[in-house]
Design a protein around this ligand. Structure first.
Ligand code: CP
Length: 359
């Protein structure tokens, strides 16, 4: 069964195939209007969303399929204590494919382990957001004409920003990509991603303190919101919330063809005055998200039972050690404590990637 839980569940070839199909859908929407006739998508959103849920809904409608689900888990039997795995066992009786967003990290993976239909991770906590990654890759390709060889600056909340975590992992598979990290100390990229991508996968990564010092070198500036909902300490949030703001003065330092991306929603990190700049690609990025999700739904259902499109192994075994991450599904639901070895030899939680012990 092919699911999409992490961007690396797709091979580079599969990723490029989805991007090609999405590009063809943009050119000729009519050709695909009945592709998902009599098929149903379930959207199970345990956490708020505007873009991801509505673009999945719109994508399935454009393909001639139907959509069911919930946008508020409180209105479902989740409020009576139904587990993620039981919910998915039930919903898979009604749907051919399921898109799930959850505040608990690893919840879509837990769902995938019992689901007879493909599960798409539509964002799990601070962990991963692979369909945003496909959206971002398509946007970079359409704005610049290529992904290989870009210099991309990630700015803002690199600690909790799941879209950043997923996109960096995906970009590591393209040639000569240079990553510049622009974040306050409190919001630096988690070590496990830095070690994987900048260490094992050999991506060129450097850190800078200001947007200004790197702006003239960037092909893409990826802005992010500081994620208030992930902070346990409000004072810490207040200290970092206004760290980086993009305005026209800073845009004047950039290349003529640079693209500004943002997964949205924004708060105050991009001033509205930037919206009129032709390099502001973030609303075009939203529309690309619909086409990429159309392509993904078609491909996952095409690949569902094809052994040539399997899933990479997700764990190296079961441990009796609990995951230290309070936002991990393994600390809320009765799933086994699965572990895997990270690139640096440390033991990681297989659900959420938290470090359990060093080498
Ligand atoms: N980019 C994104 O995930 O937006 P939503 O939270 O509105 O879905």
């Amino acid at each position: 069964m092919k699911h999409l839980i992490d961007p690396t569940d797709l091979t580079k070839a599969e990723t490029d195939e989805i991007l090609r199909l999405a590009s063809d859908m943009i050119l000729d929407r009519g050709k695909y209007q009945d592709r998902m006739a009599h098929r149903r998508l379930a959207t199970l959103f345990y956490e708020p969303s505007t873009r991801t849920r509505l673009s999945f809904t719109s994508a399935m409608m454009e393909l001639g399929g139907g959509v069911l689900g919930f946008s508020d888990a409180g209105s479902s039997s989740v409020s009576k204590g139904e587990t993620v795995q039981d919910t998915v066992r039930v919903v898979s009786c009604f749907a051919d494919v399921i898109a799930m967003r959850h505040h608990l990290e690893g919840a879509p993976l837990a769902a995938a382990q019992v689901s007879p239909v493909p599960i798409i991770n539509a964002g799990d906590g601070s962990h991963s957001h692979p369909t945003q990654t496909l959206t971002d890759l398509l946007t970079i390709q359409r704005e610049l004409g290529h992904i290989d060889g870009i210099t991309i600056g990630f700015c803002g909340d690199l600690r909790f920003g799941r879209t950043v975590h997923s996109l960096i992992k995906a970009l590591a598979r393209y040639d000569n990509v240079e990553v510049v990290l622009i974040a306050p100390d409190e919001l630096r990229l988690p070590d496990y991603i830095r070690q994987d991508v900048c260490g094992r996968m050999g991506v060129s990564c450097r850190e800078v303190k200001t947007i200004e010092e790197v702006m003239p070198q960037l092909d893409v500036l990826y802005m992010t919101r500081v994620q208030k909902e992930r902070f346990l300490d409000e004072d810490e949030f207040d200290r970092v919330k206004d760290s980086f703001v993009l305005d026209n003065a800073r845009m004047s330092l950039a290349k003529e063809k640079m693209a500004v991306l943002h997964p949205l929603p924004r708060v105050n990190e991009i001033l509205p005055e930037v919206d009129a700049d032709p390099r502001a690609a973030y609303f075009r990025q939203v529309e690309n998200g619909k086409f990429v999700r159309m392509a993904l739904i078609c491909k996952l259902l095409e690949w569902k039972d094809d052994p040539a499109h399997g899933m990479p192994p997700k764990d190296d075994g079961i441990s009796d050690v609990r995951c230290p991450n309070h936002r991990c599904i393994s600390n809320s639901e009765a799933v086994e404590h699965k572990v895997r070895y990270g690139a640096d030899g440390s033991l990681r939680c297989a659900w959420c990637d938290a470090r359990i012990s060093s080498k």
